[in-house]
Design a protein around this ligand. Structure first.
Ligand code: HGY
Ligand code: MN
Ligand code: MN
Length: 414
């Protein structure tokens, strides 16, 4: 049976959050920026209103620990955004978790059960790799935080934590056995649901994301007086590798493998100077680690070829690797049952091409993810959007699935 939510309240929360760091129709709320900290405080206030004891911890995670109950479900997502990007990426999952907690935790039928809400810092990788959820799972050392720098302004994470007033705070740690599992909702960020006229996606697997940096070393020189035959143009070498990758990768790729050169930096980056250096940030994604490993070795081969053939030197280094994660079958079934109840026949099971905190939690406990449609499949852009109707339908599916999972556990433990 349905556990009714307040759809107007869900929309009000999301539109309020959008005002924090508003940029065109999206938000600019980078990790640990003033705007991000304001959004954490926004969540703390709403968790206090439902008698949770919210904490902002030493890495910028928010935890809303509820009343002591026998059965608990952890739910959440993230509140920071990519730079100048979408208003729903992360925020939707946090608000759905908040609404499920509001509806379930004060419902007498669940007096021995509760949803606890988490917002995980830096899912968007401004400082590192899924640092908030990994920290909560005990996978982040102090030295990793010491070394973390902001990818946009090179600021130290330690300084950003101090500025946010979090420097002396301890980091919260997942208590083993506290939760029956983790549930996260998210905008799909692709066009699969919309193009198939579907309302909900039950995530089966989350891709692994393997990040690399390729450095090119040529020779900086005058753009006008240096003959073409003797140039060592690092920018050209980087561009050539991008084209070679695009020629060679499809032959080795899996059906859903993707690869992206997200940033190409030329040094010194002046129109009248042949770039002596170039840096290429490159990533490969797939739901199968064996495919990722195959693509990685091909990348290393292509870089070695570029280095051998010159005229620039080229070398590649691995920056970070998140592993693919399978979502728990029982959690998928609960999401699917709820979706069939709310949007009969308009849902599907599907892989996630985006990385999510749920893939970290999947290593600690059962985890499940729900997708709602993204208009035009656009995300990581301020144009990202989902209709109010789809937002509310998703919130109802999410809360129903959370309630059903808690009921199942209560039935077993009673
Ligand atoms: O890039 C990702 O997959 C995530 O949206 N940060
Ligand atoms: Mn996200
Ligand atoms: Mn994102």
């Amino acid at each position: 049976m349905t556990t009714p939510i307040d759809g107007t309240r869900v929309l009000r929360d999301l539109y309020e959050l959008r005002k924090i760091g508003e940029y065109k129709t999206g938000v600019h709320r980078p990790s640990l920026s003033n705007e991000h900290v304001m959004s954490l405080q926004w969540l703390v206030e709403r968790l206090k209103a439902i008698d949770a004891e919210p904490i902002i911890d030493g890495i910028g995670n928010v935890l809303g620990y509820g009343k002591p109950t026998t059965v608990k479900l952890l739910a959440g997502s993230h509140l920071e955004s990519q730079n100048y990007a979408g208003w729903l990426d992360g925020a939707l999952g946090v608000v759905y978790a908040l609404e499920a907690a509001r509806v379930i935790n004060c419902n007498d039928a669940f007096n021995a059960a509760a949803v606890e809400v988490g917002a995980w810092c830096d899912e968007e990788g401004h400082f590192g790799h899924l640092l908030g959820s990994r920290s909560f799972c005990g996978d982040v050392t102090e030295s990793e935080i010491d070394a973390a720098i902001n990818r946009t302004d090179s600021g130290k994470m330690r300084d950003a934590l101090a500025k946010a007033g979090l420097a002396q705070k301890k980091r919260e740690r997942l208590e083993t056995g506290r939760y029956i599992g983790y549930l996260e909702a998210h905008v799909e960020q692709g066009d699969w649901l919309e193009s198939n006229d579907l309302e909900a996606g039950v995530v089966t697997t989350i891709v692994g994301v393997w990040q690399f940096k390729v450095n090119f070393e040529g020779f900086q020189n005058h753009a006008g007086t240096t003959r073409m035959a003797i140039r060592k143009d690092a920018g050209l070498a980087a561009a050539k590798l991008c084209v070679t990758i695009d020629d060679c990768f499809p032959k080795a790729a899996g059906p859903r493998t993707v690869w992206t050169t997200g940033r190409l930096t030329l040094d010194p980056g002046a129109p009248s100077i042949i770039p002596g250096k170039a840096e290429m940030l490159f990533q490969i994604r797939d739901a199968d680690s064996r495919v990722l490993a195959r693509m990685e070795s091909l990348l290393y081969e292509l870089v070695a070829d570029a280095d051998r053939s010159g005229p620039c030197h080229a070398q590649v280094e691995s920056l970070r690797k998140s592993q693919p994660a399978k979502m728990d079958e029982r959690f998928q079934a609960a999401l699917e049952t709820a979706a069939e109840r709310i949007v009969p026949g308009k849902h599907t099971r599907m892989p996630s091409g985006a990385g999510h905190d749920a893939q970290i939690f999947a290593g600690q406990m059962p985890a499940g993810m729900l997708f709602v449609p993204s208009i035009g499949g656009i995300s990581h852009h301020w144009l990202e959007n989902t209709s109010n109707e789809d937002i509310v339908l998703g919130a109802q599916i999410f809360t129903d699935a959370a309630a059903d999972l808690l009921r199942q556990e209560l039935a077993v433990s009673s």
